[in-house]
Unconditional design. Structure first.
Length: 218
């Protein structure tokens, strides 16, 4: 299967990415919700605001009003919507996990994913980001970069569903948290620097192939 070859080429070209940058699993969870429909630089500013005001704590965020929370996370965009989503997650965090990440060890990965997806405002990508990066569960995260890169190389259809793309990785790679973490981060790096939505830099891409848009890697 070409997935291992792609991983090796990307790792050789970019090196380790050290993703997700956070000081705690809870920070990862907050970041996963804030990063919806925005870039990481904006999320960093929002998280910076929370840290500066000593609010990056489950209980403090749970007790703050939705309106005030929105003001602190304003740099992340759609701040009123995201404040509500964070509040929904925090309610789940205390109701289902008793306010402790240790409680997640009692559940299988499939159970955790199902329960996360039941939270209003949390979709597959956000749920899987929490599972992989915060809870160290071997779940591959799929995003727009993944779909763009693999559709251009003919490995998936351009309109492939999230679960279909995820299955490509889950069924053909060893379920390894470290590798899934690194692989996803490397794809994001490739998507940002080479496989651009407009004016892709195919000629100098580390996965360059004459048949990039049709027959997969050379």
């Amino acid at each position: 299967m070409q997935l291992n070859l792609i991983y090796k080429k990307l790792y050789s070209h970019f090196g380790p990415q050290g993703w997700w940058p956070a000081e705690s699993p809870f920070e990862v969870m907050v970041g996963a919700i804030l990063t919806q429909n925005t870039n990481w630089q904006n999320v960093k500013k929002a998280i910076g605001n929370l840290k500066k005001n000593s609010l990056l704590n489950p209980k403090k965020l749970y007790n703050i009003s939705t309106k005030d929370l929105g003001l602190f996370i304003r740099p992340a965009g759609y701040y009123n919507i995201k404040a509500k989503r964070l509040k929904e997650f925090l309610k789940f965090y205390f109701d289902a996990w008793k306010g402790s990440i240790k409680e997640t060890s009692l559940f299988k990965t499939e159970e955790l994913r199902k329960s996360l997806l039941s939270v209003k405002g949390i979709g597959p990508e956000t749920a899987d980001s929490i599972l992989l990066y915060a809870l160290n569960r071997p779940v591959f995260v799929v995003d727009a970069y993944t779909k763009r890169i693999f559709s251009k190389h003919g490995l998936i259809k351009e309109n492939a569903a999230y679960d279909e793309v995820q299955s490509l990785f889950m069924l053909n790679l060893k379920k390894n948290v470290k590798m899934f973490n690194e692989y996803h981060a490397l794809l994001v790096k490739l998507g940002k620097e080479y496989c651009l939505k407009r004016k892709a830099k195919c000629e100098i891409c580390p996965l360059h192939s004459r048949n990039c848009f049709h027959n997969g890697l050379a």
